[in-house]
Design a binder for this molecule. Sequence first.
Ligand SMILES: Cc1cc2nc3c(=O)[nH]c(=O)nc-3n(C[C@H](O)[C@H](O)[C@H](O)COP(=O)(O)OP(=O)(O)OC[C@H]3O[C@@H](n4cnc5c(N)ncnc54)[C@H](O)[C@@H]3O)c2cc1C
Ligand code: SF4
Length: 490
Amino acid sequence: MKRAIYIPFDQLHREYGALKGADPKNDLVVMVESQSMIKGADWHRERLFFLISSARHFAQSLRAEGFDVHYIKATNTVAGLQEIKKKFPKIEFIAAEQSSYRLSRSLTDFGVSFIENDFFLTPRALFASWAGLQKSYLMENFYRKQRVRLNVLMEGATPIGGQWNFDKDNRLPPPKNYTWPDYLVHARDEIDRDVATELKMEPSQTWATTRDGALAQLKYFIKEHFEKFGPYEDAMALDSWALHHSLLSPYLNNGLLHASEVIDAACKSFYKGKVPIESAEAFVRQIIGWREYINGMYWFLGEDYRNHNQLSANRPLLPLFTDPAKTEMNCVRSIVTDLKERAWVHHIPRLMVLSNLALVTGTNPQEFLNWMRREFIDATDWVMVPNVIGMAVHADGGLLMSKPYAAGGAYISRMSNYCKGCQYNPKLRVGEDACPFTTLYWDFLDRHQETFVKNHRMSQQVYGLKRLSDLDELKHRAQEVLSGLEKGEI
Ligand SMILES: Cc1cc2nc3c(=O)[nH]c(=O)nc-3n(C[C@H](O)[C@H](O)[C@H](O)COP(=O)(O)OP(=O)(O)OC[C@H]3O[C@@H](n4cnc5c(N)ncnc54)[C@H](O)[C@@H]3O)c2cc1C
Ligand code: SF4
């Protein structure tokens, strides 16, 4: 054996990363189930189950191909690699570039040689050369370049459909009297059952743990949900936990699917005339735009980016984030309940409900980031850090997003059907029945007016404060709401 190929649990693909061109005759494969990963935080059990069972299935598929796979349980990754070094003192360790700063550092120190990480469509250096030339890092500008460079939904130099983005057509509220297609369920096998027993849990059937299961999920999305993906992508509905979202992020993030496979399937379906351009463009933008942009920015902005707290937000995490019974807010209670069940909610509950609440309550960004990382099935470091610190709670002072995503109850009321069954009223900002989001939105603007009045995208909203005749009463109510949220009574 000449080479030991280290495969982390987020690079589970035979044709990409360090396994591309690997040969069972010359290469052995090392995978490490790190106990510090498992026990290091109170991870959502669905997430742990998904990551470990996917890795064990992948190891099994490599063994079936003839690889000598060393699947090691060790205190941490480096301790696992040391076991191999003892057995094979002369072997060379190789891996694809890792997807977090922490792992990159420990593997470099150990002496692993890296090859380029091709799990993304944009090499890190190419992204850095784009970002290095920008005055502001507008995702839309990056996305247009990606459409041209990757030749996705283009007719020569022109975007198909004559425009780059169909956002205006894609902001519909949840439809009434509508039947949502079912979601795929993934049967459990012996490996799954073993992992579940070790973790002392009963997994849902939401997440596949094999390449075949991930491919089935992709096929199912394209057939059953893709057509209506665009129009309802921002809606939130009590009668549907995933609407028409693809549920593909876990597999894209652990390597069971590659972004190019997803884009190929989406484009094929569009060219066959099965989906309108509004849905095709909206979906493609998520994959070649947002996903690549977020990964690029994680590496471009550096390791300290995660520590930003430009709005000096220092409130400890509110109890409702860990226990949905600690709130009467219908939207938050439903979303946190869903999250507990499947470790997933789509981007609008993440952004406009959970993160919006953290933002307007002044919750500490790092506490909120740690909670988000623990709870979500797809919460890899590279994707959670910029999404939370930059997009969700504006802790970077606007480096990523030019304005904070703060909103009152009117937005949630328009885009969901949560408010009808809620004891609060999204239209009210003062009084006991006032929607906490509406009260806290104005209070947030008031607290940060000096910062945001200088921001041309926010100044109108800040000037709106002047029109509030009940600002003193509102500020008083905001204090009541904050203390009620801390006690778990609002
Ligand atoms: C505060 C916040 C935190 C988030 N944290 C994560 C995270 O930890 N992991 C994660 O994969 N996504 C994250 N996202 C992005 C997005 O919410 C999820 O990718 C999406 O909800 C996953 O469900 P889906 O596969 O059905 O996505 P779809 O809505 O079907 O979208 C398709 C794909 O686009 C990609 N995508 C879309 N938006 C983003 C984005 N902002 N960043 C990166 N990829 C994107 C994902 O790979 C997703 O699978 C976050 C968004 C917000 C606002
Ligand atoms: S009224 Fe406010 S708290 Fe209640 S569901 Fe609507 S937005 Fe959420």
